[in-house]
Write a protein that binds this ligand. Structure first.
Ligand SMILES: [Zn+2]
Ligand SMILES: [Zn+2]
Length: 91
């Protein structure tokens, strides 16, 4: 029985961690809202700071490039939006 293995490479967007710092709050977990949209990252003690709606005050999001797998197909085009969850050892 031979197993087909898909060549993979580590995702360089998240450093193969599977998650990335929240792009909205930059990891501060709080933001200043302007006209109903996140305007800039903020510290929790700032008077108008609200919990980041993107990461729900978690400070990180699942990596949009590798969907949290930390791995990408070799030759993956970054930012192409054609990334898929990889399970290189599955099957
Ligand atoms: Zn956030
Ligand atoms: Zn990634």
């Amino acid at each position: 029985m031979s197993k087909v293995t898909v060549p993979v490479e580590a995702c360089s967007i998240c450093g193969a961690r599977g998650w990335a710092t929240c792009p909205t709050c930059q990891g501060t977990t709080y933001v200043i809202m302007l006209s109903g949209r996140p305007f800039r990252p903020a510290a929790s003690f700032e008077p108008d700071a609200v919990r980041c709606p993107t990461c729900h005050a978690y400070g990180a999001v699942v990596c949009p490039e590798c969907n949290g797998s930390g791995k990408l197909y070799q030759g993956h085009e970054y930012g192409s939006g054609r990334n898929r969850l990889l399970r290189p050892y599955g099957g």
